[in-house]
Write a protein that binds this ligand. Structure first.
Ligand code: FAD
Ligand code: DLZ
Ligand code: SF4
Length: 517
């Protein structure tokens, strides 16, 4: 073999896994792994400060991990004066610097980069081989085959296929416990005296401490605070967080997964999405560990099934939808939403106790749990009529686990119905009563959750009914919306007018004005 048979292997910032397909057949004697911190990735959205620290600290440690195994790593740091702005630029620079016969990369997590790698293939002097991302349980081809010929792509049916495929919580081809889904048991309100388990916040290691100082200086104006950074940045630290969750969080994960408590960001949730999306935890292994907790009698089935469903169900499903629907998915705006995002989504300065708490948590931890993202910030933006681009941008910016393959279908599909029903069969629209039932926010809020039209009426209430009025033509025939539309039907014309006026005044007061095109 000549030197020219060497392969350049590009590893992206969210591909920090020992089992990565692009590394599988590495030749330690010849090949070079390229990892590059580049401005294009740092700026295509204005990431939360904690996401920078997380990604760059984790990338740097992964490079060292590879080196310790004898891999020749070409690592380019942000700020290197020779560095190119883009990943493609770095690949071309590496190809100029060494003799390689091909470039191998695992498929990226966003259309944006998939298109960039296609462009690269046209200009690079050697072939570019893009390999499937085998860290996901369902390949893109398998998801396409599942979706083919189905009128609706509901997660629940996809999830059952994933249970059969993985054998998780299955016995003799049937779901353990006789049911696929234990969600009806998972909507409880914890007693006030029951405190969520204390969380393992990882003490920043050397690489993370350096990144904390560097990123604070590089990106001082980005959203978010760094003081409470506690993310795991390597595989061992991620294992510690997972073990802590399995022991202390999982047993009650199911019961209280939909509940929100002021000042308690993590409740009984895993707080593992950022590590999993980077590749520090393997999703199937995480699920097998959770299943083992049930088999050992340490966690009940409703918790373990609910948790596993989030990963082999929702996580795999949203990725499948993202790739299946293509880059145009992002441009859907089924509800014709055209408003600006209120400034308090960034500042947290609002009298709405629920929104203020979720924004504060988001600022301090680059995290909020699912129901906070869905039913507080997400659906409130939908009720206001905020343009999908503004909402997507916010979700991409503010969370440490944000990558478009997972953020977009959740935001566009689940939280705001901008996709018109591809992900969800109906919008997740609710009045303040829902938040009152599923949180302790309203008791400490300046607004009155029981009031619809008064000066201190909970803003969700008029906006909810106004939402039903505005989208009557689209939604009233949806069988799953029959109940709310019966409620609306019982209102007088004067009541409806008063709701519309109150909702308009709320939009104006909150700065949710019509965006210029
Ligand atoms: P847990 O509640 O402990 O759940 C366990 C794991 O299941 C999570 O770590 C995650 O990997 C997976 N999971 C749970 N729900 C979902 C879901 N709906 N879609 C995909 N995976 C899921 N998740 C992201 O990873 N990145 C995002 O950018 C993102 N954006 C979101 C935007 C909106 C509007 C909504 C409603 C949800 C979004 N989610 C996103 C999904 C979900 O909210 C997060 O995965 C979850 O809150 C992460 O916290 P956790 O690890 O404590 O999850
Ligand atoms: C998120 C991120 C950031 C901030 N920076 C880099 C980078 O400099 N180099 C890199 O390879 N990856 C980075 N990433 C992760 C990528 O943005 C991610 O691979 C794509 O968004 C695809 O999911
Ligand atoms: Fe949120 Fe309304 Fe409850 Fe206040 S009263 S916390 S605004 S739902």
């Amino acid at each position: 073999m000549s030197a020219v048979d060497a392969t350049l292997r590009l590893v992206l910032g969210d591909q920090l896994s020992d089992t990565l397909s692009s590394l599988g057949d590495i030749d330690l004697a010849r090949d070079v792994v390229l990892m590059a911190e580049v401005m294009d990735e740092a700026t295509y959205v204005a990431h939360h400060k904690q996401k920078f620290v997380l990604v760059f600290s984790a990338m740097r440690q992964f490079a060292e991990r590879l080196r310790s195994r004898g891999v020749d790593v070409r690592y380019v740091r942000l700020g290197d004066p020779r560095a190119a702005a883009s990943l493609n630029g770095e690949v071309l620079r590496a190809l100029e610097a060494g003799a390689f016969s091909r470039v191998v990369v695992t498929e990226p997590g966003e259309w944006r980069l998939a298109a960039a790698f296609e462009d690269l293939a046209h200009i690079a002097p050697v072939p570019i081989e893009v390999r499937p991302d085998t860290r996901f349980i369902c390949s893109r081809a398998r998801f396409e085959a599942w979706a083919e010929g189905r009128a609706e792509w509901r997660m629940e049916f996809f999830y059952r296929e994933m249970r059969r495929l993985t054998g998780l919580l299955m016995e003799n081809g049937k779901p353990v416990g006789g049911r696929w889904n234990f969600d009806p048991e998972n909507r409880k309100r914890p007693p006030k005296t029951l405190l969520p388990p204390p969380r393992t916040s990882i003490e920043p290691n050397r690489a993370t401490r350096d990144a904390l100082i560097e990123m604070a200086a590089r990106f001082p104006d980005n959203f978010g605070a760094l003081e409470r950074f506690g993310y795991p940045t390597n595989r061992e630290e991620a294992e510690t967080v997972l073990a802590d969750f399995l022991e202390h969080g999982l047993p009650l994960f199911g019961d209280y997964q939909d509940f929100m408590r002021a000042g308690e960001p993590f409740m009984w949730h895993g707080h593992i999405s950022a590590a999993m999306n980077l590749g520090l935890l393997d999703p199937l292994q995480v699920c097998r560990r959770a299943e083992a907790e049930w088999r050992a009698g340490r966690a009940p089935l409703n918790a373990v099934e609910g948790f596993i469903r989030q990963i082999i169900g929702w996580r795999e499903y949203v990725r499948g939808i993202y790739w299946l629907r293509g880059p145009d998915y992002k441009r859907l705006n089924a509800l014709g939403a055209d408003r600006a995002l209120p400034w308090f989504y960034w500042s947290g300065e609002t009298d709405m106790a629920c929104v203020a708490d979720v924004v504060a948590t988001t600022r301090d931890h680059a995290y909020a749990h699912h129901i906070q993202r869905l039913m507080v910030t997400g659906q409130f933006a939908m009720l206001l009529g905020v343009h999908p681009d503004a909402i997507n941008d916010w979700y991409m910016v503010v969370y440490a686990d944000a990558y478009e393959w997972v953020e977009l279908p959740n935001t566009h599909g689940m939280a705001t119905f901008a996709d018109g029903g591809i992900v969800g069969s109906k919008p997740y629209a609710a009045s303040g009563a829902y938040i009152n039932r599923m949180s302790d926010y309203c008791a400490g809020c300046g607004y009155d959750v029981k009031d619809r039209l008064g000066a201190r009426a909970c803003p969700f209430n008029a906006l909810y009914w106004d939402f039903l009025i505005r989208h009557e033509a689209l939604l009233a025939r949806n069988p799953r919306m029959a109940m709310p539309y019966r409620g609306l039907g019982a209102m007088s014309a004067a009541e409806r007018d008063a709701i519309v006026a109150k909702a308009d005044a709320t939009r104006t007061a909150f700065g949710a004005t019509v965006r210029s095109p």
